[in-house]
Ligand binder design. Structure first.
Ligand SMILES: Nc1ncnc2c1ncn2[C@@H]1O[C@H](COP(=O)(O)OP(=O)(O)OP(=O)(O)O)[C@@H](O)[C@H]1O
Ligand SMILES: O=c1[nH]c(=O)c2[nH+]cn([C@@H]3O[C@H](COP(=O)(O)O)[C@@H](O)[C@H]3O)c2[nH]1
Ligand SMILES: NC(=O)CC[C@H](N)C(=O)O
Ligand SMILES: [Mg+2]
Length: 543
């Protein structure tokens, strides 16, 4: 990360707890819990070397993980963290790691897997070791998920908690602020888990609990101003989705008209989408927006292409070609005006989920995935060849934080709660060849489907919904005559994080009413089917 980008990171402005991730499925929940009581927290891979860190955390949490500390090739933390002089809390694998470092005989395979809820007895020993469970009474109902356990008390430590199955379910160093717990405080089944984490972060690490969207807005606006300086211009791809809109509004607040939002009309947008986005961004939010009509170019390049990955690559590449042309045009257009300046930055709405996905450590042999870039923007936009530096003001935020940030910035609730819409749009919802005729058919069916979901008051209950089109056609009878039309596929899912999803259970009456309207009103559609596939094994989009 460059120095300037580093200076813009929240960990330089907020007291930050660092979570070192050993690959547990719930590591990111530790981050969420801390942020829920306004302590800023970031997660990095357990392989992070302290020397690589350009900032100092106020405390470190070692997460759980699927490996066993005593196995060859098991991940281990950089021992330098123990000399940093900040409090450390090990959770499950993290606790075992602390004990194992002191003596590798301290951890062994248990007799039984302890998975689920159990009762934890808290032992008061007097003094600092008691601070982790302070105010939590003598007994807690907690969630455990482990096989290995501490079989001996590590030297210099005292026992602060135990369960039926794990004698050393909680340990604390006699004199240093180092703690280990076998239970998972980040999981909602652990009663008062948040209080354990709060005791650690606020009372033991003394982290200031000032991570609030309100503070973030002001600090972020100031940091962006410093980072971008008072000459450079910034361009940003906006889709009308919540992430890019929030990022764009932030830039508008920070640098005014030196920020240029670009919406590409791919020809694969939903009905009236471009007009609506223009109205919201330009008229309601005052953002400088250019709509680039790329529909002919996109549809031309996609003609005859049927393979899903080929389609995605063409769409991603065409986006970039258009952005690069637009960046030059903006720079030229501003010459000899008060806004004159190089277009130096490219704004993206990357969220923390993308970052976490790219850093998470999954077992000893796992390589860390490279940061994927939503929307299919090719690497050359980011690797300096395009001479554009990446600006990602939301890269530390979770989706719900982005939503609350959006409200703070005065963005309308309808937009804040909008279903996600993928960059390749209708293009990945038409199986087989994309033709202008087929795009029009899907667009109209989709509009009916989404309108009826809204009218039924179900829009917020459904996470994402759309209409798609099959390649095949079927015979139907409409008004006594034979029709031979396409098969329309409806998909609606509920999902927390888009990694997994369930088909939404509409009432049969509503589903039939939707189907009837689509067949009646959309020329070219003879049948309507509902996709009942979960993810996995399916995906949310069809291609
Ligand atoms: N039609 C478009 N024109 C310009 N940029 C786009 C377009 N579609 C997508 N993008 C870019 O691709 C990024 C990724 O899209 P993505 O759908 O993940 O996020 P979003 O649209 O901002 O929010 P949401 O997830 O709520 O839809 C967007 O933030 C935007 O920068
Ligand atoms: O901006 C995007 N560019 C893409 O290329 C893309 N592909 C899928 N999606 C969205 O990601 C979520 C998960 O979709 P899948 O289950 O189909 O992978 C769903 O919300 C999809 O809409 C995309 N968003
Ligand atoms: N959840 C965990 O961190 C598990 C740690 C270790 N793999 C065990 O089985 O005990
Ligand atoms: Mg989108």
């Amino acid at each position: 990360m460059s120095d300037t980008v580093e200076a813009a990171a929240p960990h330089s402005a907020f007291d930050t707890i660092l979570v070192l991730d050993f690959g547990s499925q719930t590591s990111h929940l530790v981050v969420r819990r801390l942020r829920s009581f306004n302590v800023y927290c970031e997660m990095l891979s357990c392989t992070t070397k302290l020397a690589e860190l350009t900032w100092k955390p106020v405390g470190i949490i070692l997460s759980g993980g699927p490996s066993s500390v005593y196995d060859e090739g098991a991940p281990h933390v950089d021992p330098a963290i123990f000399d940093l002089g900040v409090p450390i809390l090990g959770i499950c694998y993290g606790c075992q790691e602390i004990a194992w470092r002191i003596n590798d005989k301290n951890v062994a395979r248990g007799d039984a897997r302890e998975y689920g809820e159990t009762d934890l007895s808290i032992h008061k020993v007097g003094g600092d070791p008691d601070r982790l469970f302070e105010g939590l009474g003598d007994c807690l109902h907690v969630f455990m998920s482990h096989f290995d356990k501490l079989v001996r008390l590590p030297e210099g430590f005292v026992k602060i908690a135990s369960t039926k199955n794990a004698e050393f379910a909680g340990i604390a160093h006699e004199s240093k602020p180092i703690f280990g717990i076998q239970l998972h405080p980040e999981i909602s089944h652990t009663a008062r888990g948040t209080d354990i984490l709060r005791n650690f972060a606020v009372n033991i690490c003394k982290a200031r609990a000032d991570w609030e969207m309100e503070n973030f807005t002001e600090k972020e606006v100031n940091r962006i101003r410093k980072l971008v300086g008072d000459k450079a211009q910034v361009i940003g791809a906006v889709s009308g989705g919540v992430d890019s809109t929030v990022a764009a509004k932030l830039l508008k607040e920070a640098i005014g008209d030196r920020f240029h939002a670009i919406l590409v009309d791919t020809g694969l947008m939903r009905l009236n989408e471009c007009e609506q986005v223009k109205e919201t961004l330009q008229e309601h939010l005052g953002i400088n927006l250019t709509i680039v009509d790329g529909s002919e170019l996109f549809l031309g390049r996609l003609a005859g292409v049927v393979e899903p990955e080929a389609k995605r690559k063409i769409i991603g590449g065409t986006f970039i070609d258009l952005f690069e042309i637009e960046a030059l045009r903006i720079e030229k257009g501003a010459e000899n005006t008060p806004l004159a300046g190089k277009v130096e930055w490219f704004l993206q709405g990357t969220l923390y989920a993308d970052i976490i996905e790219s850093l998470s450590f999954r077992g000893p042999s796992a390589t860390i995935k490279s940061h994927h870039n939503a929307g299919g923007l090719p690497a050359r936009m980011q690797n300096g060849e395009a001479q554009l530096k990446l600006l990602e003001p939301l890269r530390e935020l979770f989706k719900d934080e982005v939503r609350s940030f959006g409200r703070q910035l005065g963005i309308h609730e309808d937009l804040v709660m909008r279903h996600p819409f993928p960059g390749p749009g209708i293009g990945i919802r038409i199986i087989g060849e994309i033709t202008p005729e087929r795009v029009e058919i899907v667009r109209r069916a989709d509009h009916i489907f989404i309108s009826m979901i809204k009218e039924a008051g179900l829009y917020q209950e459904v996470t994402q919904a759309y209409a798609a089109l099959d390649t095949n056609r079927a015979v139907g009878v409409q008004g006594d005559s034979r029709v031979y039309g396409y098969i329309c596929i409806l998909r609606a899912v509920t999902s927390l994080d888009m990694m997994s999803a369930e088909p939404y259970e509409f009432s049969w009456t509503l589903l039939k009413a939707i189907s009837r309207r689509i067949v009646n009103e959309v020329d070219g559609i003879a049948r309507v089917v509902y996709d009942t596939t979960s993810k996995p094994p399916g995906t949310i989009e069809l291609e």
